[in-house]
Design a protein around this ligand. Sequence first.
Ligand SMILES: NC(=O)c1ccc[n+]([C@@H]2O[C@H](COP(=O)([O-])OP(=O)(O)OC[C@H]3O[C@@H](n4cnc5c(N)ncnc54)[C@H](O)[C@@H]3O)[C@@H](O)[C@H]2O)c1
Length: 434
Amino acid sequence: MKQQVLNRVADKSAVIGIVGLGYVGLPLMLRFAEVGYKVLGFDIDDSKVDALMAGKSYIEHISAESIAEARGRGFEATTDFARAPEADALIMCVPTPLNKYREPDLSFVLNTIDSLVPHLRPGHLVSLESTTYPGTTDEELLPRIESRGLKVGQDAFLVFSPEREDPGNPNFTTRTIPKVCGGVTPACQEVGVALYSAVIDKVVPVSSTRAAEMTKLLENIHRAVNIGLVNEMKIVADRMGIDIHEVIRAAATKPFGFVPYYPGPGLGGHCIPIDPFYLTWKAREYGVNTRFIELAGEVNSNMPDYVVGKVAAALNKRQKAINGSRVLVLGIAYKKNVDDMRESPSVMLMEKLRDLGAAVAYSDPHVPVFPKMREHKFDLKSVPFNAETLASYDCVVLATDHDKFDYPLLQQAAKLIVDSRGKFLEPAEHIVKA
Ligand SMILES: NC(=O)c1ccc[n+]([C@@H]2O[C@H](COP(=O)([O-])OP(=O)(O)OC[C@H]3O[C@@H](n4cnc5c(N)ncnc54)[C@H](O)[C@@H]3O)[C@@H](O)[C@H]2O)c1
């Protein structure tokens, strides 16, 4: 069976099933289609499937042309999981959020595998790409797949291969980002490595699915902890009258042993604020406390309050209060040059300012209308970024430093700027670093 699958991968007759067509699934689909594989996409969201079938994109940095081109190469999307047997590989790219107790919510992963299990057949390779705690693949997926009467490693193959997408970063593509892959058995690993090697320049095999799961968590925890450190350094530097951004720029000239991380208004995105807590939760089962993760989480989640404190102090200096002031938040996506709003600290800022009585507006060239979010509601549209608008606010908070903003115009037109990104290098009376 293994050789059969390897042959189908090698001669490109293998059909690639991508399950979950979001920020991770879509670029992967495009890459397999580009290389010449037939790709069958699965999603539970009809509107996404309809858009893709019509050659349209719903993610800003993925062009409609690229979807249409993939369609031309035979890509199809469906909500019908009974079509799973048509695919040789089933690559799961579904969300892994936290629940309201900040514990792993594996419901998307489990619902997906439960929908696939009745349609699994000998020869299937299942790969999980969703970020998760070590043990998920062999504790949750393996028994479900084997319940179908398939022996993993012989009849079917199972790997974990974490996604390393960096949305909005033009320097890397799916092909050029090395991909880690760990299998449940050596045969699983061999098949998984062969599949990914067909489309990705460098595949990094690791000895188990648990090592692969932990690798992804280490990468994201490394970021979360270092961002927490630099956010703490920012507060200390500010009290001492030192510009942390100047310090980071200087430290980054050290050619070894220092990696620059940048402070901001808080952590955002689908990964860094969430993934570390997958490990925290699992570590408890082993009687271990993940103190660095908790501490970084505490520091990072206090950042929106820190920025609000800076807004309050700056307005106070001008004999104004937050209550009743008109405040414009610039940039509400979680990072620059993308339209992704998930876990965006800008939204926390807007809520806190609104709760304190500010009349809050926002401007973001990537987010024309404030989207529906599970836990946040604003009935707002992006206001135009021009001199007249900027001048009409008591305070403008730079939350996400999109390249599309005209910074000289902002500096000239705004009465008061609270800069949480270190964008303005020269001190000015009306610019406050936060
Ligand atoms: N976005 C990133 O930059 C990024 C980077 C690395 C890792 N990841 C990880 O990848 C995983 C997916 O993230 P994403 O950003 O692509 O999420 P996303 O929300 O953009 O996409 C997930 C897709 O899965 C679909 N889906 C949900 N339940 C399903 C089911 N039962 N069956 C089929 N489809 C289903 C949704 O409709 C959606 O289209 C997460 O674990 C995330 O942590 C994301």
